[in-house]
Design a protein around this ligand. Structure first.
Ligand code: ADP
Ligand code: MG
Length: 346
């Protein structure tokens, strides 16, 4: 804030990293998207303590496909916190080095967005990983701010805006005004949890064992916030809980919608809680301007309609929910004044 009042001293930045729990996206100033890979580190299961890294991101997925039996997949950022510091450092350093090489920039200034409310230790680990990848300076910003910018919300204005980013490991419900996060409700809920819930639901209701990957497939095809509407189906081959034999089942959007209904209700509670904790004048702005959803989880069918009917505020989906955060980050790169204003101090 003080920096902002005193005027801008930076000249913007070169590279932005959306360090997501499911996907890491890197954009370059004036270059658009230069990297989009799963936030995953594949290690050998032969001696898990030694943690021999076999691959990361897309390359790691290829290795996993060829040899699924002996690989553990680490998702270093879980539930909106850095769960595995070493894996996060290696992953961030590798991705960033790759991006820097791709656009042949030496000693770039880097902006990284992080889940809201992250600790100083986590911030330092990220800054250090960027430095070791060649960054001359690292700025940290809050994810919900990048999401709001990328979704096209006028964050600099005095009017209150609500942005909800439903990612892989966390959901952030934030109220923004004057380029500040006025309130943020982080929920430890997101796409990965939805997959786990689908696995459990199919086991309990259909005695069908499926993998997390199969559950994600069903979610992408069938997940809906209104289970009774426009029912569609998919067939899937899992294992029978009792016999262990393979069996083919037809799963409907109603099944998946029912499985996810409690989670969707938790998001709705979070929104109501955020509204209760927001100053009344900003709440009336939000009632007028509506709520915006971003992040991969926002792509659950009928989610906008469901939230709208329960919260009674108009809800819209960001144009590109999976890339909105990266688009927002790219906007920050060429706006030094905004970057100074929104950067998180260490
Ligand atoms: P993060 O920012 O945490 O990396 P993303 O915003 O990239 O997360 O979202 C990834 C999550 O979104 C994954 O769990 C993925 O399964 C989920 N997802 C992607 N597309 C859809 C869809 N069409 N319907 C429901 N979930 C989706
Ligand atoms: Mg994200």
């Amino acid at each position: 804030m003080l920096n902002w009042l005193l005027g801008s001293t930076t000249s913007g930045a070169d590279i932005y990293v959306d360090l997501g729990t499911a996907n890491t996206l890197i954009v370059g100033r004036g270059r658009g998207l230069i990297l989009n890979e799963p936030s995953e580190v594949m290690v050998s299961d032969i001696d898990p303590k030694k943690r021999k890294i076999l691959g990361l991101g897309l390359e790691g997925r290829e290795i996993l496909k060829k040899n699924p039996g002996h690989i553990i997949v680490i998702k270093p950022i879980k539930d909106g916190v850095i769960a595995d510091f070493d894996a996060t450092r290696v992953m961030l350093k590798t991705f960033l080095s790759k991006a820097i090489k791709k656009i042949s920039l030496s000693r770039p200034k880097v902006v990284v967005s992080l889940p809201y409310g992250i600790t100083d230790v986590e911030k330092r680990a990220v800054t250090e990983a960027c430095r070791s990848a060649g960054a001359s300076k690292t700025f940290l910003i809050d994810e919900p701010m990048a999401a709001a910018l990328g979704a096209g919300l006028p964050v600099k204005g005095a009017t209150g805006q609500m942005i909800i980013d439903i990612g892989g490991g966390s959901t952030e419900i934030a109220v923004i005004a004057l380029a500040d996060i006025v309130f943020c409700e982080p929920l430890r809920l997101g796409g990965h949890k939805f997959d786990e819930i689908i696995v459990r639901y199919l086991k309990e209701t259909k005695k069908l064992i499926v993998t997390d990957q199969q559950a994600e497939f069903l979610k992408l095809k069938l997940a809906t916030a209104l289970p009774k509407k426009n029912i569609i189906t998919e067939t899937i081959q899992g294992r029978d809980l009792d016999t262990g034999f393979q069996k083919t089942e037809t799963i409907s959007s109603e099944d998946i919608g029912m499985a996810l209904s409690d989670s969707i209700q938790q998001i709705i509670h979070g929104i109501l809680n955020a509204l209760e904790n927001t100053p009344p004048e900003l709440v009336s702005d939000i009632i007028d301007s509506g709520i915006t959803l971003a992040g991969g989880g926002a792509l659950i069918k009928e989610l906008c309609a469901k939230i709208e009917s329960e919260v009674r505020i108009p809800v819209r989906l960001a144009e590109n929910p999976l890339t909105a955060i990266a688009i927002g980050g790219e906007m920050v790169l060429s706006d030094p004044e905004l970057l100074e204003k929104i950067q998180i101090e260490l």
